[in-house]
Design a protein around this ligand. Structure first.
Ligand code: BES
Ligand code: MN
Ligand code: ZN
Length: 476
């Protein structure tokens, strides 16, 4: 799989103007016009600002000027700039711009604008026969304000987001569970982390009952991937483990998805896996000095001949039993085994990312991630800080033990279905039973996949979670 990625490079200052280049100067205030403007440009800009315009495109010298009215709040400012970049895309495309050069007095501003451009410029063209015709003209972004180190770090992180988006956008006709394992191997090689991928035999010998149950209706083998980034002297003694739901397609199984069109976007049910994989890529590319492990249990969920059925009692990897009451609650079945497996690392912290419940999406929509957990408050706070900075905010839901009452079964240790209410939380409480370490669960069902373009997040897979988790880890 080859990702279409815009290169982002550091440059000391604007290059000489050549056709196809856009120079974008970001201004802090109307009064501070850049020194290199022509006379006509200055008066043009001043007139436009008087008229109340915030962005001015002055094409005299092919210099385009963008003014951002002072937004002091850094989080809001970064998001404004990412969205502003997205709204400039059509103008740049019309002009067949190939290179965008950005300068700003504040380096964070230039980086945010570059981030918005790069994420907006992502396209998934693999299955079009006229790819070349459809491809964006924009190929390079030069950031003139910041240090080379900052720009390279951003570029690496955004390349990882593009890989995550590719994975989500791939339909199950290509991206089966074994294929997801192969993709992980090739990304591991490219980015320099370790990966081991298990197939059916090994998963059977490990007695991962939850993953095997969901896979029973499938023609394809399940896979279980273990990724690792371990620098020689990491800051953390015990690893941080990331777990991602890798359901490459969710039909609901025998409890077939009931509502019209509810299956249309279910190739995105491995969005959690994509977030974890992307995060591993970003961590390795930027050589973060922390020990991180990524686990991805993967299968499709189908009503095949021998599919697991409502009423089944499954013995999970940790030896506990689960009564299956809805085969569409499959994510928690496969995640449970991965979370139980994570115990062996004696982790400092475990986070999972999963498109786990429609309830989470209904509660907060596409705008945020639902987070909950039992790790100390400091962890959730810094996760939320990273999320706000990344434009991937995390809303904390309660995680009280009373919610687990809904999971009591008459025949087994737990049932895989909660009550009619608080579905996102009962799913989280189900998972917690398989942990013995500080744990945070992230339900990304809302923001993982867009049916219509949503600013710089684009259409289709958004790669949500990569930037959140990367920022969370890099801030440690
Ligand atoms: N993959 C779905 C959740 C989902 C729904 C993700 C919509 C993205 C958009 C999950 O496997 C599922 O089917 N959850 C059920 C759980 C229920 C049966 C307890 C749900 O949310 O309806
Ligand atoms: Mn399901
Ligand atoms: Zn699912």
């Amino acid at each position: 799989m080859k990702s279409q990625f815009t290169t982002i490079t550091h440059k000391k200052s604007f290059g000489k103007f050549v056709k196809g280049t856009a120079h974008i100067t970001l201004l802090d205030s109307k009064s501070k016009l850049p020194k290199d403007l022509e006379k006509e440009e200055i008066s043009y800009a001043k007139e436009a600002f008087k008229d109340g315009k915030k962005a001015v495109f002055n094409c005299f010298g092919a210099i385009k000027v963008l003014l951002l009215e002072d937004e002091k709040d850094a989080v809001k400012r970064a998001e404004l700039l990412r969205i502003a970049a997205n709204s400039l895309m059509s103008i740049l495309q019309e002009d067949k711009i190939t290179t965008i050069e950005i300068s700003a007095s504040k380096s964070e501003d230039a980086l945010s604008l570059a981030e918005g451009f790069a994420l907006s410029n992502y396209q998934f063209l693999k299955y079009f026969s006229d790819k070349d015709k459809r491809a964006s003209s924009i190929k390079n972004i030069h950031v003139c304000a910041s240090s080379k180190k900052e720009v390279d770090e951003l570029a690496n992180m955004l390349e990882a987001v593009c890989h995550a988006r590719d994975l989500v956008n791939e339909p199950v006709s290509y991206l089966t569970a074994p294929q997801l394992g192969l993709e992980i191997k090739s990304l591991a090689k490219k980015f320099g982390f370790k990966a081991e991928v298990w197939g059916m035999k090994k998963i059977q010998s490990m007695k991962m009952g939850g993953l095997l149950a969901v896979n029973k209706g499938s023609e394809d083998e399940p896979s279980f991937s273990i990724m690792e980034w371990k620098p020689s002297k990491p800051k953390n003694k015990q690893p941080i483990v990331l777990v991602g739901k890798g359901v490459v397609y969710d039909t609901g199984g025998l409890s077939l998805k009931p509502t019209a069109n509810s299956m249309d976007m279910m190739k995105s049910d491995m969005g959690g896996a994509a977030a974890i994989i992307g995060c591993m890529c970003a961590v390795a590319a930027n050589k973060l000095n922390i020990h991180v492990i990524g686990l991805v249990p993967s299968t499709d969920n189908r009503p095949g001949k021998n599919a697991y059925a409502p009423g089944d009692v499954i013995t999970m990897y940790d030896g506990s039993t689960v009564e299956v009451l809805n085969t569409d609650a499959e994510g928690r079945m496969i995640l449970a085994d991965a979370l139980a497996y994570a115990k062996k690392y004696k982790p400092e912290l475990v986070l999972d990312a999963a498109t786990l419940t429609g309830a989470a999406a209904r509660a907060i929509g596409k705008h945020a991630i639902v987070g909950m957990g039992n790790a100390n408050k400091k962890e959730m706070n810094s996760l939320q800080k990273a999320g706000s900075e990344a434009g991937e905010p995390v809303v904390e839901f309660p995680f009280w033990d009373v919610y687990a009452d809904d999971l009591k079964s008459k025949i087994a240790d737990q049932k895989n279905l909660g009550g009619a209410e608080a579905g996102a939380i009962t799913a989280g409480k189900f998972l917690e039973k398989f942990t013995d370490y500080p744990y945070i669960h992230l339900d990304i069902a809302g923001p993982a996949f867009m049916l219509a373009p949503f600013n710089y997040r684009g259409v289709g897979g958004t790669g949500v979670g990569v930037r959140l988790l990367y920022k969370f880890l890099s801030a440690r």
